[in-house]
Design a protein around this ligand. Structure first.
Ligand SMILES: [Zn+2]
Length: 544
Protein backbone atom coordinates (compact mmCIF):
# COMPACT_ATOMS: atom_id res chain seq x y z
CA UNK A 1 0.00 0.00 0.00
CA UNK A 2 2.78 2.32 0.91
CA UNK A 3 4.35 1.55 -2.43
CA UNK A 4 1.15 2.47 -4.27
CA UNK A 5 0.87 5.80 -2.53
CA UNK A 6 4.49 6.49 -3.34
CA UNK A 7 3.72 5.89 -7.00
CA UNK A 8 0.74 8.25 -6.79
CA UNK A 9 2.94 10.91 -5.23
CA UNK A 10 5.51 10.67 -7.98
CA UNK A 11 2.81 10.79 -10.68
CA UNK A 12 1.37 13.90 -9.02
CA UNK A 13 4.83 15.49 -8.90
CA UNK A 14 5.39 14.60 -12.54
CA UNK A 15 2.20 16.34 -13.58
CA UNK A 16 3.17 19.46 -11.62
CA UNK A 17 6.46 19.41 -13.51
CA UNK A 18 4.68 19.01 -16.86
CA UNK A 19 2.33 21.89 -16.02
CA UNK A 20 5.34 24.04 -15.18
CA UNK A 21 7.01 23.16 -18.47
CA UNK A 22 3.81 23.99 -20.36
CA UNK A 23 3.67 27.41 -18.71
CA UNK A 24 7.25 28.06 -19.79
CA UNK A 25 6.40 27.00 -23.31
CA UNK A 26 3.64 29.53 -23.43
CA UNK A 27 6.26 32.16 -22.81
CA UNK A 28 8.89 30.74 -25.16
CA UNK A 29 6.77 29.83 -28.19
CA UNK A 30 3.98 27.72 -29.56
CA UNK A 31 2.96 24.62 -27.61
CA UNK A 32 3.54 21.30 -29.33
CA UNK A 33 0.74 20.44 -31.73
CA UNK A 34 -0.23 16.97 -32.93
CA UNK A 35 1.54 15.94 -36.09
CA UNK A 36 0.79 13.32 -38.74
CA UNK A 37 1.73 12.69 -42.37
CA UNK A 38 -0.44 14.62 -44.85
CA UNK A 39 -3.09 12.26 -46.35
CA UNK A 40 -2.69 11.35 -50.05
CA UNK A 41 -3.91 13.80 -52.71
CA UNK A 42 -6.35 13.16 -55.58
CA UNK A 43 -5.58 10.06 -57.73
CA UNK A 44 -4.07 12.16 -60.57
CA UNK A 45 -1.58 13.78 -58.18
CA UNK A 46 -0.61 10.44 -56.64
CA UNK A 47 -0.19 8.89 -60.12
CA UNK A 48 2.14 11.72 -61.21
CA UNK A 49 4.14 11.40 -57.98
CA UNK A 50 4.62 7.71 -58.65
CA UNK A 51 5.75 8.53 -62.17
CA UNK A 52 8.22 11.13 -60.85
CA UNK A 53 9.76 8.57 -58.50
CA UNK A 54 10.13 6.14 -61.42
CA UNK A 55 11.81 8.85 -63.50
CA UNK A 56 14.29 9.43 -60.64
CA UNK A 57 14.98 5.70 -60.53
CA UNK A 58 15.70 5.71 -64.28
CA UNK A 59 18.31 8.47 -63.76
CA UNK A 60 20.45 6.45 -61.30
CA UNK A 61 23.54 6.59 -63.51
CA UNK A 62 23.35 10.36 -64.11
CA UNK A 63 22.81 10.93 -60.37
CA UNK A 64 25.82 8.76 -59.49
CA UNK A 65 28.00 10.67 -61.95
CA UNK A 66 27.02 14.04 -60.48
CA UNK A 67 27.65 12.84 -56.90
CA UNK A 68 31.08 11.44 -57.86
CA UNK A 69 32.02 14.48 -59.94
CA UNK A 70 31.33 17.02 -57.20
CA UNK A 71 33.06 14.77 -54.64
CA UNK A 72 36.19 14.85 -56.80
CA UNK A 73 36.16 18.67 -57.06
CA UNK A 74 36.32 18.90 -53.26
CA UNK A 75 36.03 22.69 -53.03
CA UNK A 76 35.92 24.86 -49.91
CA UNK A 77 33.36 27.57 -49.22
CA UNK A 78 33.36 30.60 -51.58
CA UNK A 79 35.82 28.74 -53.86
CA UNK A 80 33.30 26.32 -55.42
CA UNK A 81 34.36 27.34 -58.94
CA UNK A 82 34.36 23.96 -60.70
CA UNK A 83 31.39 22.69 -58.72
CA UNK A 84 29.21 25.67 -59.63
CA UNK A 85 30.28 25.67 -63.28
CA UNK A 86 29.46 21.96 -63.54
CA UNK A 87 26.10 21.94 -61.73
CA UNK A 88 24.75 25.15 -63.29
CA UNK A 89 25.97 23.84 -66.66
CA UNK A 90 23.84 20.71 -66.36
CA UNK A 91 20.76 22.77 -65.55
CA UNK A 92 21.48 25.18 -68.40
CA UNK A 93 21.74 22.26 -70.84
CA UNK A 94 18.34 21.14 -69.59
CA UNK A 95 16.64 24.43 -70.40
CA UNK A 96 17.01 26.27 -67.08
CA UNK A 97 17.81 29.98 -67.13
CA UNK A 98 20.91 30.68 -65.03
CA UNK A 99 21.87 33.82 -63.16
CA UNK A 100 25.54 33.63 -62.19
CA UNK A 101 27.71 35.50 -59.63
CA UNK A 102 24.60 36.15 -57.58
CA UNK A 103 24.56 38.52 -54.57
CA UNK A 104 28.16 39.57 -55.18
CA UNK A 105 29.41 36.01 -54.71
CA UNK A 106 31.35 34.66 -57.72
CA UNK A 107 30.41 30.99 -57.09
CA UNK A 108 26.72 31.68 -56.38
CA UNK A 109 23.99 31.17 -58.96
CA UNK A 110 20.39 30.25 -59.30
CA UNK A 111 18.52 28.41 -62.05
CA UNK A 112 14.87 28.84 -62.97
CA UNK A 113 12.55 26.93 -65.22
CA UNK A 114 8.79 27.13 -65.80
CA UNK A 115 6.42 30.02 -65.35
CA UNK A 116 3.96 31.42 -62.88
CA UNK A 117 2.95 30.28 -59.42
CA UNK A 118 3.79 28.51 -57.26
CA UNK A 119 7.51 29.21 -57.15
CA UNK A 120 9.32 26.31 -55.49
CA UNK A 121 12.87 26.99 -54.30
CA UNK A 122 15.03 23.87 -54.13
CA UNK A 123 18.42 24.17 -52.45
CA UNK A 124 21.35 22.29 -50.96
CA UNK A 125 24.95 23.03 -49.93
CA UNK A 126 28.04 22.49 -52.10
CA UNK A 127 31.19 23.30 -50.10
CA UNK A 128 33.50 21.01 -48.15
CA UNK A 129 35.81 20.74 -45.15
CA UNK A 130 39.49 21.68 -44.72
CA UNK A 131 41.92 18.74 -44.40
CA UNK A 132 39.18 16.16 -44.97
CA UNK A 133 40.61 14.59 -48.14
CA UNK A 134 39.78 10.88 -48.07
CA UNK A 135 39.58 7.94 -50.44
CA UNK A 136 35.95 6.87 -50.76
CA UNK A 137 35.11 3.29 -49.85
CA UNK A 138 38.10 2.91 -47.51
CA UNK A 139 37.18 2.41 -43.83
CA UNK A 140 40.22 4.11 -42.28
CA UNK A 141 42.06 7.41 -42.71
CA UNK A 142 43.61 7.36 -46.16
CA UNK A 143 43.64 10.77 -47.86
CA UNK A 144 43.67 11.17 -51.64
CA UNK A 145 45.95 14.16 -51.03
CA UNK A 146 47.41 14.73 -47.56
CA UNK A 147 46.17 18.01 -46.08
CA UNK A 148 43.80 18.84 -48.92
CA UNK A 149 40.12 19.69 -48.44
CA UNK A 150 37.52 16.97 -48.92
CA UNK A 151 33.80 16.26 -48.67
CA UNK A 152 33.92 15.41 -44.95
CA UNK A 153 30.32 16.52 -44.55
CA UNK A 154 28.80 15.13 -47.73
CA UNK A 155 27.81 18.38 -49.43
CA UNK A 156 28.72 16.81 -52.78
CA UNK A 157 25.38 15.00 -52.83
CA UNK A 158 22.60 17.55 -52.23
CA UNK A 159 22.49 19.54 -55.46
CA UNK A 160 22.80 16.34 -57.56
CA UNK A 161 19.75 15.11 -55.60
CA UNK A 162 17.85 18.31 -56.35
CA UNK A 163 18.81 18.33 -60.04
CA UNK A 164 17.63 14.73 -60.41
CA UNK A 165 14.31 15.58 -58.73
CA UNK A 166 13.83 18.77 -60.74
CA UNK A 167 14.51 17.08 -64.10
CA UNK A 168 12.06 14.30 -63.26
CA UNK A 169 9.36 16.83 -62.35
CA UNK A 170 10.11 19.11 -65.32
CA UNK A 171 9.28 16.35 -67.81
CA UNK A 172 5.90 15.83 -66.13
CA UNK A 173 5.19 19.57 -65.92
CA UNK A 174 5.85 19.95 -69.66
CA UNK A 175 3.59 17.10 -70.66
CA UNK A 176 0.79 17.98 -68.24
CA UNK A 177 1.10 21.76 -68.81
CA UNK A 178 1.41 22.37 -65.08
CA UNK A 179 1.97 25.99 -64.06
CA UNK A 180 4.76 26.74 -61.61
CA UNK A 181 8.42 27.72 -61.42
CA UNK A 182 11.33 25.61 -60.22
CA UNK A 183 14.17 27.64 -58.73
CA UNK A 184 17.34 25.72 -57.88
CA UNK A 185 20.13 27.28 -55.84
CA UNK A 186 23.37 26.17 -54.15
CA UNK A 187 24.26 26.68 -50.50
CA UNK A 188 27.59 28.38 -51.11
CA UNK A 189 30.01 28.38 -48.15
CA UNK A 190 27.56 26.71 -45.74
CA UNK A 191 30.47 25.56 -43.59
CA UNK A 192 31.15 29.25 -43.02
CA UNK A 193 27.42 30.03 -42.81
CA UNK A 194 28.54 32.64 -45.28
CA UNK A 195 25.99 33.15 -48.06
CA UNK A 196 22.32 32.55 -47.36
CA UNK A 197 21.72 35.83 -45.48
CA UNK A 198 23.15 37.61 -48.54
CA UNK A 199 20.90 35.61 -50.87
CA UNK A 200 17.94 36.80 -48.82
CA UNK A 201 19.16 40.40 -48.89
CA UNK A 202 19.52 40.17 -52.70
CA UNK A 203 15.91 38.94 -52.98
CA UNK A 204 16.35 35.27 -53.95
CA UNK A 205 13.33 34.19 -51.90
CA UNK A 206 11.08 37.22 -52.45
CA UNK A 207 8.82 35.47 -54.98
CA UNK A 208 9.12 31.98 -53.44
CA UNK A 209 6.05 30.11 -52.16
CA UNK A 210 7.72 27.04 -50.67
CA UNK A 211 11.37 26.26 -50.04
CA UNK A 212 12.60 22.65 -50.08
CA UNK A 213 16.10 22.10 -48.75
CA UNK A 214 18.10 18.87 -48.70
CA UNK A 215 20.94 17.97 -46.36
CA UNK A 216 22.91 14.74 -46.16
CA UNK A 217 22.26 12.54 -43.15
CA UNK A 218 22.32 8.90 -42.11
CA UNK A 219 18.56 8.37 -42.43
CA UNK A 220 15.57 9.56 -44.40
CA UNK A 221 13.73 12.13 -42.33
CA UNK A 222 12.31 15.58 -41.83
CA UNK A 223 10.82 17.68 -39.07
CA UNK A 224 9.14 20.94 -38.25
CA UNK A 225 9.21 23.62 -35.57
CA UNK A 226 12.29 24.86 -33.79
CA UNK A 227 13.97 21.48 -33.34
CA UNK A 228 17.44 21.24 -31.88
CA UNK A 229 20.49 23.30 -32.75
CA UNK A 230 21.62 26.89 -32.72
CA UNK A 231 22.01 29.99 -34.81
CA UNK A 232 25.19 32.00 -34.81
CA UNK A 233 27.18 35.07 -35.64
CA UNK A 234 30.74 34.54 -36.85
CA UNK A 235 33.04 37.51 -36.22
CA UNK A 236 36.73 38.09 -36.80
CA UNK A 237 38.39 40.60 -34.45
CA UNK A 238 41.60 42.19 -35.76
CA UNK A 239 43.90 43.98 -33.35
CA UNK A 240 46.50 46.52 -34.40
CA UNK A 241 49.52 47.40 -32.25
CA UNK A 242 53.08 48.50 -32.88
CA UNK A 243 56.02 46.30 -33.84
CA UNK A 244 59.43 46.49 -32.15
CA UNK A 245 62.54 44.34 -31.73
CA UNK A 246 61.23 41.77 -29.24
CA UNK A 247 64.61 41.55 -27.43
CA UNK A 248 66.30 44.94 -27.98
CA UNK A 249 63.41 47.31 -27.22
CA UNK A 250 60.30 45.30 -26.35
CA UNK A 251 58.91 48.22 -24.30
CA UNK A 252 58.36 50.13 -27.53
CA UNK A 253 56.08 47.41 -28.89
CA UNK A 254 52.33 46.99 -28.46
CA UNK A 255 51.45 43.37 -29.13
CA UNK A 256 48.30 42.63 -31.09
CA UNK A 257 48.79 38.97 -30.20
CA UNK A 258 48.63 39.86 -26.47
CA UNK A 259 45.21 41.36 -27.15
CA UNK A 260 44.05 38.17 -28.92
CA UNK A 261 45.25 35.99 -26.06
CA UNK A 262 43.70 38.21 -23.38
CA UNK A 263 40.39 38.19 -25.21
CA UNK A 264 40.50 34.38 -25.43
CA UNK A 265 41.41 34.02 -21.74
CA UNK A 266 38.59 36.39 -20.84
CA UNK A 267 36.14 34.44 -22.97
CA UNK A 268 37.17 31.10 -21.47
CA UNK A 269 36.58 32.41 -17.92
CA UNK A 270 33.25 33.90 -18.93
CA UNK A 271 32.20 30.58 -20.50
CA UNK A 272 31.34 29.23 -17.03
CA UNK A 273 28.67 31.90 -16.64
CA UNK A 274 26.98 31.50 -20.01
CA UNK A 275 23.82 29.52 -20.66
CA UNK A 276 24.24 25.77 -21.08
CA UNK A 277 22.77 25.99 -24.59
CA UNK A 278 25.53 28.23 -25.94
CA UNK A 279 28.38 26.99 -28.12
CA UNK A 280 31.36 29.25 -28.75
CA UNK A 281 34.71 28.51 -30.32
CA UNK A 282 37.54 30.37 -31.99
CA UNK A 283 40.67 29.99 -34.09
CA UNK A 284 43.57 32.45 -34.23
CA UNK A 285 43.74 33.40 -37.89
CA UNK A 286 46.80 35.61 -37.48
CA UNK A 287 49.16 35.16 -34.55
CA UNK A 288 52.05 37.27 -35.86
CA UNK A 289 55.00 36.53 -38.12
CA UNK A 290 57.99 35.45 -36.00
CA UNK A 291 58.82 35.63 -32.29
CA UNK A 292 61.50 38.34 -32.47
CA UNK A 293 59.05 40.85 -33.94
CA UNK A 294 56.37 42.12 -31.57
CA UNK A 295 53.23 41.28 -33.60
CA UNK A 296 51.72 44.52 -34.88
CA UNK A 297 48.68 42.68 -36.28
CA UNK A 298 46.77 39.70 -34.95
CA UNK A 299 43.28 38.30 -35.48
CA UNK A 300 40.95 35.85 -33.83
CA UNK A 301 37.81 34.40 -35.38
CA UNK A 302 34.86 33.51 -33.13
CA UNK A 303 31.62 31.58 -33.66
CA UNK A 304 28.96 32.76 -31.16
CA UNK A 305 26.13 30.20 -31.09
CA UNK A 306 22.86 30.28 -29.14
CA UNK A 307 19.36 28.94 -29.55
CA UNK A 308 17.43 32.15 -30.28
CA UNK A 309 17.96 35.54 -31.88
CA UNK A 310 18.14 37.54 -28.65
CA UNK A 311 20.70 35.27 -27.03
CA UNK A 312 22.88 35.17 -30.15
CA UNK A 313 22.87 38.96 -30.23
CA UNK A 314 23.72 39.09 -26.54
CA UNK A 315 26.62 36.64 -26.93
CA UNK A 316 28.07 38.68 -29.76
CA UNK A 317 27.78 41.85 -27.65
CA UNK A 318 29.77 40.16 -24.87
CA UNK A 319 32.39 39.26 -27.46
CA UNK A 320 32.53 42.83 -28.78
CA UNK A 321 32.94 44.15 -25.23
CA UNK A 322 35.72 41.69 -24.48
CA UNK A 323 37.56 42.64 -27.66
CA UNK A 324 37.39 46.32 -26.67
CA UNK A 325 38.58 45.45 -23.14
CA UNK A 326 41.51 43.45 -24.53
CA UNK A 327 42.49 46.36 -26.76
CA UNK A 328 42.41 48.70 -23.74
CA UNK A 329 44.61 46.31 -21.72
CA UNK A 330 47.23 46.28 -24.45
CA UNK A 331 46.95 49.79 -25.92
CA UNK A 332 46.07 48.35 -29.29
CA UNK A 333 43.07 49.12 -31.48
CA UNK A 334 40.47 46.66 -32.66
CA UNK A 335 38.13 46.33 -35.63
CA UNK A 336 35.72 43.54 -36.38
CA UNK A 337 34.20 41.96 -39.46
CA UNK A 338 31.23 39.63 -39.71
CA UNK A 339 32.20 36.50 -41.68
CA UNK A 340 28.97 34.57 -41.41
CA UNK A 341 25.64 34.29 -39.67
CA UNK A 342 22.73 31.92 -39.27
CA UNK A 343 19.32 32.12 -37.68
CA UNK A 344 18.17 29.17 -35.59
CA UNK A 345 16.04 26.98 -37.82
CA UNK A 346 12.27 26.81 -37.69
CA UNK A 347 10.75 24.43 -40.22
CA UNK A 348 7.23 24.46 -41.64
CA UNK A 349 4.63 22.06 -40.25
CA UNK A 350 2.51 21.50 -43.37
CA UNK A 351 5.43 21.05 -45.72
CA UNK A 352 7.20 18.67 -43.30
CA UNK A 353 4.05 16.57 -42.86
CA UNK A 354 3.66 16.39 -46.65
CA UNK A 355 7.29 15.46 -47.17
CA UNK A 356 7.08 12.85 -44.42
CA UNK A 357 4.17 11.09 -46.18
CA UNK A 358 6.45 10.74 -49.21
CA UNK A 359 9.31 9.50 -47.02
CA UNK A 360 7.06 6.73 -45.70
CA UNK A 361 6.08 5.80 -49.27
CA UNK A 362 9.69 5.61 -50.52
CA UNK A 363 11.39 4.11 -47.46
CA UNK A 364 15.07 3.39 -47.07
CA UNK A 365 17.29 2.02 -49.85
CA UNK A 366 18.19 -1.67 -49.90
CA UNK A 367 21.74 -1.90 -48.59
CA UNK A 368 23.86 -4.83 -49.68
CA UNK A 369 26.55 -6.69 -47.74
CA UNK A 370 29.34 -4.46 -49.11
CA UNK A 371 27.56 -1.27 -47.96
CA UNK A 372 27.04 -2.64 -44.46
CA UNK A 373 30.62 -3.93 -44.28
CA UNK A 374 31.97 -0.44 -45.08
CA UNK A 375 29.73 1.15 -42.46
CA UNK A 376 30.65 -1.35 -39.76
CA UNK A 377 34.31 -1.10 -40.75
CA UNK A 378 34.56 2.62 -40.06
CA UNK A 379 32.36 2.35 -36.95
CA UNK A 380 34.76 -0.28 -35.59
CA UNK A 381 37.76 1.84 -36.61
CA UNK A 382 36.37 4.80 -34.62
CA UNK A 383 35.35 2.62 -31.65
CA UNK A 384 31.66 3.37 -32.15
CA UNK A 385 28.72 0.95 -31.87
CA UNK A 386 28.72 -1.22 -35.01
CA UNK A 387 25.16 -0.45 -36.03
CA UNK A 388 25.81 -0.53 -39.78
CA UNK A 389 23.37 1.55 -41.83
CA UNK A 390 19.88 2.85 -41.09
CA UNK A 391 17.24 0.16 -41.47
CA UNK A 392 14.13 1.96 -40.25
CA UNK A 393 12.80 5.41 -41.10
CA UNK A 394 12.63 7.61 -38.01
CA UNK A 395 9.51 9.40 -36.75
CA UNK A 396 8.30 12.79 -38.00
CA UNK A 397 9.94 15.23 -35.61
CA UNK A 398 7.99 18.29 -34.56
CA UNK A 399 6.76 20.55 -31.83
CA UNK A 400 9.80 20.17 -29.60
CA UNK A 401 9.72 22.43 -26.55
CA UNK A 402 12.26 25.23 -27.21
CA UNK A 403 13.20 25.10 -23.50
CA UNK A 404 14.55 21.60 -24.08
CA UNK A 405 16.94 22.74 -26.83
CA UNK A 406 20.43 22.23 -25.39
CA UNK A 407 22.16 23.65 -28.46
CA UNK A 408 24.11 22.04 -31.27
CA UNK A 409 25.08 22.85 -34.84
CA UNK A 410 23.76 25.62 -37.07
CA UNK A 411 22.89 25.98 -40.75
CA UNK A 412 22.08 29.25 -42.47
CA UNK A 413 19.02 27.58 -44.01
CA UNK A 414 17.67 28.95 -40.70
CA UNK A 415 17.56 32.42 -42.28
CA UNK A 416 15.58 31.08 -45.22
CA UNK A 417 13.18 29.32 -42.84
CA UNK A 418 12.24 32.71 -41.34
CA UNK A 419 11.53 34.23 -44.77
CA UNK A 420 9.45 31.56 -46.48
CA UNK A 421 7.93 28.19 -45.46
CA UNK A 422 10.89 25.81 -45.54
CA UNK A 423 11.78 22.23 -44.67
CA UNK A 424 14.99 20.23 -44.81
CA UNK A 425 14.96 16.72 -46.20
CA UNK A 426 17.59 14.56 -44.57
CA UNK A 427 18.60 11.67 -46.85
CA UNK A 428 20.61 8.52 -46.05
CA UNK A 429 23.82 9.06 -48.04
CA UNK A 430 26.13 8.72 -45.04
CA UNK A 431 27.00 6.36 -42.19
CA UNK A 432 25.65 6.71 -38.61
CA UNK A 433 27.89 7.47 -35.61
CA UNK A 434 30.59 9.50 -37.38
CA UNK A 435 32.17 12.62 -35.85
CA UNK A 436 31.08 15.15 -38.52
CA UNK A 437 33.36 17.69 -40.23
CA UNK A 438 35.93 14.93 -40.51
CA UNK A 439 37.58 12.70 -43.14
CA UNK A 440 35.42 9.80 -41.87
CA UNK A 441 32.30 11.57 -43.11
CA UNK A 442 33.75 11.52 -46.64
CA UNK A 443 34.17 7.73 -46.84
CA UNK A 444 30.63 6.91 -47.99
CA UNK A 445 30.17 9.97 -50.14
CA UNK A 446 31.29 8.56 -53.51
CA UNK A 447 30.16 4.96 -52.94
CA UNK A 448 26.90 3.05 -53.52
CA UNK A 449 25.77 4.20 -50.05
CA UNK A 450 25.66 7.82 -51.22
CA UNK A 451 24.34 6.91 -54.67
CA UNK A 452 21.42 4.92 -53.24
CA UNK A 453 20.72 7.48 -50.54
CA UNK A 454 20.61 10.32 -53.05
CA UNK A 455 18.25 8.40 -55.34
CA UNK A 456 15.89 7.74 -52.40
CA UNK A 457 16.07 11.42 -51.39
CA UNK A 458 15.48 12.62 -54.95
CA UNK A 459 12.29 10.54 -55.14
CA UNK A 460 10.96 12.16 -51.95
CA UNK A 461 11.97 15.62 -53.16
CA UNK A 462 10.34 15.12 -56.58
CA UNK A 463 7.10 13.85 -55.03
CA UNK A 464 7.00 16.77 -52.60
CA UNK A 465 7.53 19.26 -55.43
CA UNK A 466 4.51 17.75 -57.22
CA UNK A 467 2.44 17.97 -54.03
CA UNK A 468 3.29 21.67 -53.75
CA UNK A 469 2.64 22.34 -57.44
CA UNK A 470 -0.72 20.59 -57.61
CA UNK A 471 -2.27 21.03 -54.15
CA UNK A 472 -2.60 24.78 -53.55
CA UNK A 473 -4.39 24.13 -50.25
CA UNK A 474 -1.08 22.80 -48.87
CA UNK A 475 0.76 25.98 -49.86
CA UNK A 476 -2.00 28.03 -48.18
CA UNK A 477 -1.76 25.92 -45.01
CA UNK A 478 2.04 26.31 -45.03
CA UNK A 479 1.70 30.10 -45.13
CA UNK A 480 -0.98 30.01 -42.45
CA UNK A 481 1.47 28.24 -40.12
CA UNK A 482 4.28 30.58 -41.17
CA UNK A 483 2.28 33.78 -40.59
CA UNK A 484 0.03 32.85 -37.69
CA UNK A 485 2.20 30.50 -35.64
CA UNK A 486 5.91 30.73 -36.48
CA UNK A 487 6.32 34.47 -37.06
CA UNK A 488 3.43 35.65 -34.91
CA UNK A 489 5.69 37.04 -32.21
CA UNK A 490 9.14 36.68 -33.78
CA UNK A 491 10.11 38.49 -36.99
CA UNK A 492 13.29 38.01 -39.00
CA UNK A 493 15.99 40.60 -38.34
CA UNK A 494 19.16 39.84 -40.30
CA UNK A 495 22.44 39.65 -38.39
CA UNK A 496 24.17 41.31 -41.36
CA UNK A 497 23.81 45.04 -41.93
CA UNK A 498 23.29 46.74 -45.29
CA UNK A 499 27.03 47.46 -45.40
CA UNK A 500 28.35 43.97 -44.62
CA UNK A 501 29.74 42.07 -47.59
CA UNK A 502 30.12 38.31 -48.15
CA UNK A 503 33.59 37.09 -47.10
CA UNK A 504 34.44 35.78 -50.57
CA UNK A 505 38.20 35.91 -49.92
CA UNK A 506 37.98 33.10 -47.35
CA UNK A 507 39.68 29.81 -48.30
CA UNK A 508 41.19 31.28 -51.49
CA UNK A 509 44.77 30.60 -50.42
CA UNK A 510 44.10 27.00 -49.32
CA UNK A 511 42.35 26.13 -52.56
CA UNK A 512 45.10 27.79 -54.60
CA UNK A 513 47.66 25.66 -52.78
CA UNK A 514 45.96 22.32 -53.56
CA UNK A 515 44.12 23.02 -56.83
CA UNK A 516 46.74 21.71 -59.28
CA UNK A 517 47.30 18.51 -57.35
CA UNK A 518 43.55 17.95 -56.94
CA UNK A 519 42.89 18.43 -60.68
CA UNK A 520 44.72 15.16 -61.35
CA UNK A 521 41.98 13.37 -59.42
CA UNK A 522 38.90 15.01 -60.96
CA UNK A 523 36.40 12.33 -61.95
CA UNK A 524 36.38 11.47 -65.66
CA UNK A 525 33.00 9.86 -66.43
CA UNK A 526 33.99 9.30 -70.06
CA UNK A 527 36.75 6.89 -69.06
CA UNK A 528 35.34 5.44 -65.86
CA UNK A 529 31.92 4.33 -64.71
CA UNK A 530 32.46 5.41 -61.10
CA UNK A 531 34.98 7.37 -59.07
CA UNK A 532 35.81 4.16 -57.17
CA UNK A 533 36.78 2.60 -60.55
CA UNK A 534 38.93 5.60 -61.43
CA UNK A 535 40.80 5.48 -58.12
CA UNK A 536 41.12 1.69 -58.36
CA UNK A 537 39.53 1.15 -54.96
CA UNK A 538 38.10 -2.24 -54.06
CA UNK A 539 34.68 -1.69 -52.43
CA UNK A 540 34.68 -1.93 -49.50
CA UNK A 541 38.26 -1.69 -48.26
CA UNK A 542 38.12 -2.56 -44.58
CA UNK A 543 40.97 -3.08 -42.10
CA UNK A 544 41.45 -6.80 -41.52
ZN1 LIG B 1 26.14 20.64 -43.86
Amino acid sequence: MRLTSKIYTSIALASVFVAGAAAQRGRAGAPPAPTAPTPPGPPRVEALKKEAAEAVEAMRTETQQMVDQVFSFGELGFQEVETSKYLAGILEKNGFKIERSYAGIPTAWFATWGSGKPVIAIGSDIDDIPQASQKPGVAYHDPIIEGAPGHGEGHNSGVPLNITAALAVKKIMEREHLPGTLKLWPGVAEELVGAKAYFIRAGLFRDVDVSLFAHVGANLGTGWGAGFGTGLVSVEYSFKGESAHAAAQPWRGRSALDAVELMDVGWNFRREHLRLSQRSHYVITNGGDQPNVVPPNASVWYYFRETDYDHIKELREIGDRMARAASMMTDTTVTSRILGSAWPQHMNKTVAETMYANIVTIGLPTWDAADVALAKGIQRELKQPEVGLATRVGPLRGGIDPEQNMGGPSDDIGDVSWNVPTVTLSYPANIPNLPGHNWANAIAMATPIAHKGVTAGAKVQAMTIIDMLMRPELVDAAWDYFRNVQTKSQKYIPFISDKDQPAIDLNAKIVERYRDEMKKYYFDPVKYKTYLDQLGIKYPTVRQ
